[in-house]
Design a protein around this ligand. Sequence first.
Ligand code: SAM
Ligand code: SF4
Ligand code: SF4
Length: 341
Amino acid sequence: MTGADRLGRPLRSLRVSVTDHCNLRCRYCMPEEHYVWLPRSSILSFEEIARLAGLFTECGVTKVRLTGGEPLLRHDLVKLVAMLAAGPRLDDLALTTNGLLLADQATDLRRAGLHRVTVSLDTLRPERMQAFARSNRHADVIRGIRAARDAGLGPVKLNSVVIRGFNDDELEDLLEFARAEGCEVRFIEYMDVGGANSWRMEDVVTRREMLERLALRRGPIEAVPGGDPSAPAERFRLGDGTRFGIIASTSEPFCRTCDRGRLTADGHFLLCLYADSGLDLLTRLREGASDAELRQQIESAWRERRDRGAEERAAVAERGALYSISALRADPRKEMHTRGG
Ligand code: SAM
Ligand code: SF4
Ligand code: SF4
């Protein structure tokens, strides 16, 4: 088991980006026409991911989330899920997806051992999805959410990134939709992560503003006590019992309790969503490093960790996009879709 990092935080959770490709082009994540993709040969195989995940488990990880890019674009993802489910015991094996391909795969994913899914749903209006993510497949996302719920991949969480002037008039509609479908929505503050190269503070709807707006229309809102203190979402309850979460990474970052590491699609271990670079486990692994050597590298990287990227960003006075387009092109690992949200 890995010791705590320099700020006393244990390593408990791992997000694995299984591909840098995506079938959407959300404006806050992949706004460009063209991207520099990771070389195919450098993408971790399922065997490599399963081996690394096993080592991370020995280092203390109990929760693994598959993400991307769009993880369901990875051919036969269900096989990877089965491999991870057959490995050392995980308390939580989850998937974050845009839902486009979920309806056809939900039952197989559940049978393979996936515990639950989070589906990104920013809007209930198909025309907004067309304008904002360049896709006319809104109905497929809704089908995916229902299929996941019916397959037992619940409680299904819905991630909605709230952006001023785009979907900030849909907070209540999203809450109602989630309640009616037996899901729970989590409103995410728009973040200045790599990829969001048009990010502006004016477009962020903060946790505080969301709560004020909802309280005005729906009455007092209670915080739901308890829960996992290292979970990114704070949970709330409306007077009628409807629950929802807010992930306030931009205005009220929660780095002090962050137990999450990340593995890029090409096997770099990142200590923070905002990290400039990470530990290249892929090269070490392909050069024949033993399990003990790899574990030792993971552990010592974590023990040296001082990262608190979102807090540092919050302290920047004139805050704008994190990276320029040229910086992202020069190093696609800085992209959100490569490192996994
Ligand atoms: N493609 C999958 C999806 O969209 O669910 C998984 C990968 S995506 C990078 C993971 C999460 O990151 C999504 O819920 C997405 O909304 C979120 N995300 C991407 N860019 C973001 C940004 N600039 N601010 C806040 N959240 C963002
Ligand atoms: Fe949108 Fe997820 Fe694709 Fe990024 S990776 S463009 S958030 S669907
Ligand atoms: Fe964790 Fe980095 Fe996110 Fe802070 S910014 S919560 S340290 S991943």
